[in-house]
Design a protein around this ligand. Structure first.
Ligand code: CA
Length: 228
């Protein structure tokens, strides 16, 4: 499976350059520019390596590093600190906070790539995404459960698969034919009206606990989206 590398960097030019080079190496890349959402994003994407900038708005790299190391489910993810600070003292501070490696800006791309590879050797095998989120709707893909806020929503297996398809691509409009093929499968004969029936059930289950995010697009199909 493809490794995910997470870049936590507020300087867009550097984040772009890193993304470009990492994608060229075949990695999946996730970029986060601010400190406050980082932990939730790490838990969501379960990256194989984190490239973590030292100076960030909100939480600093060192604080993020400490937080990651304090959370059992993500604490073993390797962290490479990126920093403009070359001082020996800062390096020690970074490593003490739990970073596995330390690279000083400006760094050479081949060197950084080599360091990423070294960390990947220590990284656990990537696992598939654990959950999907859309506003207050959360789908736990491991437990196969859906929640709105804290409320557990009971869904039938077909409604679950339908919602999963919509939540994997928010905003994208799926035709009934596409949904039939991908939710029910190629070899099963069902009418396209069946999709409407299951969408109705899905709405009924979800909408008791919050706004209706399932959008009917006339003559086209369905999507999950925020309609003002
Ligand atoms: Ca920065």
């Amino acid at each position: 499976m493809q490794h995910t590398i997470m870049i936590v960097e507020d300087e867009e030019a550097i984040a772009l350059m890193l993304r470009y080079n990492l994608e060229k190496e075949g990695y999946k890349v996730v970029v986060e520019g601010r400190g406050n959402h980082v932990i939730a994003e790490i838990e969501k994407h379960c990256p194989s390596v984190i490239l973590l900038d030292w100076m960030l708005p909100e939480l600093s790299g060192v604080e993020i590093c400490r937080l990651v190391r304090s959370k059992p489910d993500i604490k073993s993810i390797p962290i490479i600190m990126l920093t403009a600070k070359g001082e020996e003292e800062d390096k020690i501070k970074g490593l003490n906070a739990g970073a596995d490696d330390y690279v000083t800006k400006p760094f050479s791309i081949p060197e950084l790539m080599a360091r990423v590879k070294t960390q990947l050797r220590h990284s656990p095998e990537p696992i598939a995404e654990k959950e999907l989120l859309f506003e207050d709707i959360r789908m736990d893909l491991i437990e196969k459960k859906v929640f709105r806020g804290e409320t557990f929503i009971h869904l039938g297996p077909t409604e679950f698969r339908l919602l999963k398809m919509l939540m994997e691509n928010p905003g994208k409009v799926f035709s009934r034919e596409y949904l039939l093929k991908n939710v029910w499968g190629d070899n099963i004969y069902v009418e396209s009206r069946t999709v409407d029936v299951h969408i109705r059930r899905l709405r009924r289950s979800l909408n008791n606990y919050g706004p209706d995010y399932i959008r009917t697009v006339r003559a086209t199909g369905y999507s999950i989206d925020i309609t003002e």
